[in-house]
Design a protein around this ligand. Structure first.
Ligand code: SF4
Length: 730
């Protein structure tokens, strides 16, 4: 049979889950319009034809029997409270989209009139990272409404802002170039678990003699495969980075030519690094001074040396300063000059989307508010729902929470405070979702959402440099609808007259690409680095790299080797006047987190908790699928603890335990793990409703914010553990 006569269609889509790899996914669709296969696109140089274990069985998710397919309304008189899995529907009744949209629009108008539009709070994050799904029609809608703006800090803001204080832009070593490295330093980066398309490059480099060193408090799959795993204490990474700088400078291993040409504030940094002797850094990190010296020498003398930092290191109280310290290492050694060297935290700075027309922040001026709305930090949702509005300067209390692309009932810190807020009888909550989650248990309306197979989008990445078009492969099952459709419809119900609320996904994509609206499919993008991209070319090829002058041999892309950089000084900033002006330390330093073994509460709560993410889930996504749960069964409801800490508490493997602090407690089962640093325990994020006791690790985490970027501090959490009489049911 020829390809054209095939009864099947193959559609180019893009995995929109919150992952640096942004895989090109080919979806095979049969004559009945049903997706029958998903596979990685072999022509995409980073995807290389394979998908991770999370998405390889994606059709289990698309066609899951418990997927929400119709709009639902809470039945009168049913309490907002956690519901047992499989019984959630008992609290809801099916309504039509017309009924749901009309009722929601009416209620939003009433709440806006009575309490002011800022009493409405959208809550979304990276449940989809497509440009349209992440933030387009939704932003237009909430701006026009005059709703509070959400400060989207929960994942990467501390690290992103910190990186930019050093380099001005989130760029880094291309994934494809890691194969040329001779040393790979994975710093808080579980590459095998959540950046798996970097792994083949690392394997290739290792076959050519490269060494892989992993710095991570937890022995992840990546750490277990490394040549050297350094199980550092949580939150002490900046002490290690500064200790390495001390050794590098002491032994004259820095690259003076690069420093001279490309950096600002070297003298001040050298003075700061002098304070961090290997012995001092060792006392904080739990390493030996000799190990710090060895690491520093190996890093500074191996070329090319590539550093993969991931966002775990910045989810600590001083995560911003930590990212700054680590990010400075390749500038000190000149690692950027060598192809296959350098570092990467994120590549997202390469995608200069034309955000204004996509999100229309100007619509705030047309709202009843008539000005820019207040900003509410998503990492302190518990406080926002229970305390905001108590002081006159706060503005109104939150009266409506509109959740999409997120599951705050499971993923937001300080879960008990979040739940107290969600359970407020006067809070009107709408949730756009695929499944019944820890958040939908509190919803007044649940609206069925689409997967990336069921809508059209455009996507960049934070782990590579390809712009990709994600075409709709199948019709949404039931009455599921995309974010763009939902907020466009709601806007019309609210009577918003602006034509932008009727834009199609294709029109918004053209706006994001800054294409002439009157131009045809061959009109080029006017975005910097995308001038060679047309809609027709995207339709045909699916993925096109941004222009980084990355001609492979003649002009390899070597980030941060040519100035001026987009920083105030135009150089790599070891010393940041902007941070100084903001009253922050202009140099990287180490301060022990308040919740750490050096903190004042350590006598009562002496154990540092790693509130880990699962390799086979995406935060809370996929945790409801049996196949994925099976892959995580070895740590399901386990409290991993070092044998010495277990012995001190008279605990044996398999003992029922309670892990607790002032914010909450969880029943778990002890699992002795000698690879953890003593004083550190680990427990995995899961859905609260799937946990014995109905809470998850976020019952223990706090709403304290990071030093830079006001992000969440999941990994600065103190707890105690005690044996209990009753076993935790698993
Ligand atoms: S989750 Fe990441 S690795 Fe897996 S398919 Fe999606 S983009 Fe690729």
């Amino acid at each position: 049979m020829t390809a054209s006569a095939s009864p099947f269609r193959i559609v180019h889509t893009v995995c929109s889950h919150d992952c640096p790899d942004s895989c090109a996914v080919l979806v095979t669709v049969n004559e009945q319009g049903r997706a029958i296969k998903v596979e990685g696109d072999p022509s995409q140089p980073v995807t290389q034809g394979f998908l991770c274990g999370k998405v390889a069985k994606y059709l289990d998710r698309v066609y899951a029997p418990d997927r929400i397919l119709y709009p639902l309304r809470r039945k009168l008189g049913t309490a907002k409270q956690p519901r047992q899995r499989g019984h959630e529907h008992e609290a809801f009744e099916r309504v039509t989209w017309d009924e749901a949209l009309a009722a929601i629009a009416t209620r939003l108008q009433q709440i806006s009139d009575e309490h002011g539009p800022e009493s409405i709070l959208p809550y979304s994050y990276a449940g989809t990272i497509g440009v349209l799904g992440f933030g387009s029609m939704d932003r237009r809608f909430f701006h026009r409404l005059g709703a509070s703006r959400l400060d989207r800090t929960i994942c990467s803001e501390a690290g992103g802002q910190a990186w930019n204080t050093v380099y001005g832009k989130k760029l880094g070593t291309p994934t494809e170039d890691f194969r040329l490295a001779k040393l790979i330093l994975a710093w808080g980066a579980n590459i095998h678990g959540n950046n798996v398309h970097l792994w083949p490059m690392i394997e290739q480099a290792r076959r050519a003699g490269a060494r892989l060193i992993v710095i991570d408090p937890y022995r992840t799959r990546t750490a277990a495969l490394a040549d050297w795993h350094i199980a550092i204490r949580p939150g002490t990474d900046s002490a290690l980075a500064l200790g390495m700088m001390h050794v590098i400078l002491n032994e004259g291993l820095e690259d003076r030519a690069y420093i001279e040409a490309m950096t600002h504030g070297f003298k001040q940094l050298a003075e700061r690094a002098r304070e961090y002797t290997p012995e001092r850094a060792a006392a904080w990190t739990g390493m030996t001074a000799a190990e710090i010296e060895q690491l520093a020498r190996e890093y500074a003398t191996t070329r090319p040396a590539a550093l993969r930092m991931n966002y775990g290191v910045q989810r600590a109280e001083f995560g911003g300063s930590t990212v700054r310290a680590i990010a400075m290492l390749p500038a000190l050694t000149g690692a950027w000059k060598h192809r296959g060297g350098g570092a990467v935290l994120s590549t997202s700075g390469a995608f200069a989307w034309n955000e204004h027309p996509v999100r229309r922040p100007d619509l705030q001026l047309a709202s009843p508010l008539g000005r820019q709305a207040r900003l509410v930090n998503m990492s302190a949702l518990g406080q926002a729902l229970t305390e905001l509005g108590a002081k006159p300067e706060d503005g109104p209390p939150v009266q409506t929470l509109f959740v999409y692309n997120s599951n705050p009932g499971a993923v937001a810190p300080n879960q008990n405070a979040v739940r107290r807020g969600l359970a407020r009888p006067d809070l009107f909550t709408v949730v756009h979702e695929l499944f019944f989650t820890d958040t939908t248990d509190y919803a007044d309306y649940i609206l069925p959402a689409t997967t990336f197979l069921e809508h059209t989008d455009i996507q960049g990445a934070y782990g590579h440099y390809f712009v990709q078009l994600s075409k709709q492969a199948i019709e949404p099952p039931g009455e599921a609808r995309s974010n763009v459709w939902l907020f466009g419809q709601l806007a019309q119900r609210m009577g918003f007259p602006e034509p932008c609320f009727r834009d199609t996904p294709q029109e918004i994509i053209r706006q994001a690409l800054n294409m002439d609206p009157a131009g045809g499919p061959d009109a080029p993008s006017a975005n910097p680095g995308m001038e060679h991209i047309t809609y027709a070319a995207l339709e045909e090829r699916g993925h096109i790299p941004v222009d980084l002058h990355n001609a492979p041999e003649a002009h390899p892309f070597l980030p941060f080797t040519v100035g001026p950089l987009p920083t105030p000084s135009g150089k790599v900033e070891f010393y940041s006047e902007s941070l100084a002006a903001a009253g922050l330390d202009p140099l990287p330093g180490f301060t022990p987190p308040t919740e750490s073994r050096w903190g004042t509460d350590a006598a009562r709560y002496p154990l540092e908790l790693l509130a880990r993410k699962a390799d086979n889930y995406m935060n809370s996504t996929f945790a409801n699928l049996d196949g994925h749960r099976k892959m995580e069964s070895s740590t399901n409801q386990r409290l991993e603890i070092h044998p010495s800490d277990a012995a001190a508490r008279n605990l044996a493997d398999g003992d029922p335990v309670r892990i607790f602090n002032d914010r909450g407690s969880l029943p778990l089962t002890a699992l002795l793990n000698p690879s953890l640093p003593p004083g550190v325990v680990a427990a995995r994020l899961d859905w609260a409703k799937l946990h014995t006791g109905g809470s998850n690790v976020n019952a223990l985490t706090s709403e304290r914010l990071t030093d830079i970027g006001a992000g969440a501090t999941f990994y600065s959490t103190l707890v105690e553990v005690a044996k209990t009489a009753e076993p935790a049911k698993i």
